[in-house]
Design a protein. Structure first.
Length: 255
């Protein structure tokens, strides 16, 4: 069968349920290169109707869609009270990308490092995530261009957005588009040279920077479908040792 991968409809259930939530007609209107979920839903349609075997890129897109769908429904209790608003956000590419970034932050930076967490996206005036054990508040900011200088702009924006907190405040910054290795290296150099910024922002306990890069081979396997690496990339953490409300000694977001 070459590169074909068998996936049962049962395994595709989260993606099919997400399609129903967003609306079949609206999903058909998603355009590749315009909506963050368009490639995944196109691959889903090809897989379901079995027109042909999926290409490597389609398998990656489908795998990422399945991961996104599973995370969305894992946190359903948090968005269900605001379902109409949530679905409207999923239909808009910018808002949808922001939602997916927040889910990735929770899944890959916080899960397994704290006892429990709550998604506060639809609680006005609150940071995006709250954790317990340790207690933290996390604000997520997504950069939509390749302007690498925007990292500290986003950190500054988030630092001004929530002040006067009495528990550690963490800012996660990510890029919506993949970066070249040279761009990732430039971002990391900026962060490593940012000591003065963190010293002058003692209410920020830490920053997490996600740097997405394309991969040449399929790496992750999600319910039998090969997928790319984490969509928003590897995590680099900067712990602010001058923080007013610091993280517990020895705590790390890195695996």
């Amino acid at each position: 069968m070459g590169n074909s991968v068998f996936v049962s409809l049962r395994e595709l259930r989260p993606a099919l349920r997400l399609k129903e939530l967003i609306g079949r007609i609206r999903v058909k209107m998603f355009r590749r290169g315009e909506h963050v979920l368009a490639e995944g839903f196109a691959a889903l349609e090809t897989q379901v109707i079995a027109q042909r075997a999926l290409t490597a890129l389609e398998r990656q897109s489908l795998g990422n869609l399945l991961l996104d769908a599973e995370m969305i429904f894992e946190y359903e209790p948090y968005w269900l009270p605001a379902e109409a608003r949530f679905v409207a956000h999923l239909r808009k590419s910018d808002e949808c990308a922001a939602i997916l970034f927040e889910l990735h932050v929770m899944q890959f930076a916080l899960t397994g490092r704290c006892l429990r967490m709550g998604w506060l996206r639809y609680e006005d005036g609150r940071p995006d995530v709250r954790t317990v054990g340790p207690n933290m508040l996390v604000e997520c900011k997504l950069i939509r261009t390749h302007d690498l200088t925007r990292v500290f702009d986003k950190l500054q924006e988030a630092s001004e957005q929530h002040q006067g907190l009495d528990i550690p405040y963490v800012i996660a910054v990510g890029f919506e588009r993949e970066l070249l290795q040279s761009q990732t290296d430039a971002v990391l150099r900026q962060i490593q040279a940012g000591t003065v910024w963190f010293e002058s922002h003692p209410h920020v306990a830490a920053a997490l920077v996600f740097t997405p890069m394309p991969v040449a081979a399929e790496r992750v396997n999600v319910v039998g479908v090969p997928a790319t690496q984490i969509a928003f990339g590897d995590i680099t953490q900067v712990i602010n040792h001058a923080a007013k409300n610091p993280l517990p000694d020895g705590f790390t977001f890195e695996r």
